[in-house]
Design a protein around this ligand. Structure first.
Ligand SMILES: *Cc1c(COP(=O)(O)O)cnc(C)c1O
Length: 431
């Protein structure tokens, strides 16, 4: 039998790159098997090193909302590249991108551009601490905000003890100010604020959590979170790296503002879609808070490649396309039809499966009801998920290779792609 090209590349990769990958989830450790090495992509499809084509529901983990190789985006990137790859000096395009981001997010007055979601989240945290003069921060179990030291932490036992590092190399002292709470647990949140309220600089949250598959913050929880943060002078930071410009043009913030009158966070973190597939992210808030940043204020933050001219061209072209009238209605309808198709296929096969989606982001669980927190997500049927993942992959459907990751539909996914996915799911679930 001729050697599989993916397996050969994986062998070679493991000799020079730890685990063969530059980001752990790509190694397929959760589901087992050989990661596919991708050679090219077009529209809704990606091709692996064996020349096999897959319908792509990862979309680079969110950025590729227009599908791969959208002509307007490619054109903007190619033109920008010819003008210069990086200057380390300000450009008009950075101003345009900042204006475009702010235009769609009511309450957001200024942004600073950086190169990754991790960098944006880490900087937002420093700014929140600098602006409030407080040290403590609150995050929720199952939410991912990038791999900054202070955020690689899991819950301690009870509210008296702060978090424990989830990575070697993070000293306990570095996470001693991080309080980790259960998502959607109102009473615990109230208790945390009553004990630590005066010391809390910020609460960081994924409003619709895409790093535990797909879990929405309930409306009562979000409402109470806003009240408590305001009451205690803590900043509410929405990590919209995944949901921003993905669940709708105004992100999760606009979604909750429809459900809770007058609702807005104090700070935002963006990434993924705003870079359209190039390294670009941002954090922002009111002019008052943002003026604490260097060179205006005492909070230091900087970046050699920040606001890169090619990345900003890519982001701008992407935002221009998704701001067209009807874009999100069409994308949301497509995503819903995928979820309904998956649920229907599962019903027909007698397999318990629940789905949820918003805009172009979706999740599905092998469970009887939608989980409301991380523990419930991790209690869903992992063996079944892993078998389903491989059954779909072998039928040309590329889903996220771990049960705690969300899925993404792009505007390039056609009805035929959705139908083929649902048909594959029907076969996979029966098998
Ligand atoms: C992806 C992600 C990040 C980290 O972004 P990177 O660009 O991978 O550093 C942070 N927060 C959320 C919610 C994310 O989904």
């Amino acid at each position: 039998m001729p050697a599989d090209r993916n397996a050969e590349l994986f062998e070679r990769a493991q000799r020079v790159i730890p685990g063969g990958v530059n980001s752990p989830v790509r190694a397929f450790r959760a589901v087992g098997g050989t990661p596919r090495f991708i050679t090219r992509a077009e529209g809704a499809w990606i091709w692996d090193a064996e020349g096999r084509r897959y319908i792509d529901y990862i979309g680079s983990w969110g950025p590729m909302i227009l599908g791969h190789g959208h002509p307007a985006v490619l054109d903007a990137v190619q033109r920008a590249a010819r003008e210069g790859l990086s200057f380390g000096a300000p450009t008009e395009r950075e101003v345009e991108l900042a204006e475009a981001i702010i235009a769609h997010v009511p309450g957001l007055e200024q942004v600073r551009l950086v190169s990754s979601g991790t960098e944006a989240g880490m900087s937002a945290l420093r700014l929140a601490r600098g602006a409030t003069g407080r040290s403590r921060i609150v995050k929720f179990e199952g939410c991912y905000h990038g791999h900054a030291d202070a955020l690689l932490v899991k819950a301690g036992s009870g509210l008296a003890t702060f978090g424990h590092p989830t990575s070697a190399g993070v000293p306990a002292e570095v996470v001693q100010h991080t309080l980790v709470l259960e998502y959607n647990h109102v009473a615990q949140l109230e208790e945390a604020f009553s004990v630590h309220g005066r010391d809390i600089a910020c609460v960081m949250i994924e409003p619709i959590a895409g790093n535990m598959n797909f879990v929405r913050a309930s409306v009562p929880f979000m409402k109470r979170l806003r009240e408590l943060a305001t009451q205690h002078g803590a900043l509410l930071v929405f990590d919209e790296v995944m949901t921003g410009f993905r669940v709708g043009l105004g992100g999760a913030h606009a979604h909750y503002a429809k459900l809770i009158p007058g609702f807005a966070p104090d700070m935002w973190v963006f990434g993924k879609v705003i870079g359209g597939g190039m390294p670009l992210a941002a954090f922002g808030g009111s002019r008052h808070v943002m003026s604490q940043l260097a060179p205006l204020g005492p909070v230091y933050q900087a970046g050699t490649l920040s606001g890169n001219p090619v990345a900003t061209a890519c982001g701008l072209a992407t935002l221009r396309e998704i701001a067209r009238p009807g874009f999100f209605d069409a994308l949301a309808a497509k995503t819903r039809s995928l979820c309904e198709g998956l649920a229907g296929a599962a019903r027909a096969a007698g397999v318990p499966l629940v789905t949820d989606c918003e805009g172009g982001m979706f999740g599905f669980f092998f469970a009887g009801e939608l989980p409301q927190n991380y523990a419930a997500v991790m209690a869903t049927d992992k063996e079944r998920f892993n078998r389903f993942f491989h059954a779909m992959l072998s039928r040309g459907v590329y889903l996220a290779p771990a049960l705690y990751e969300a899925g993404f539909v792009s505007s390039a996914h056609g009805e035929a792609d959705i139908a083929a996915t649902v048909a594959a799911a029907g076969e996979a679930l029966r098998a």
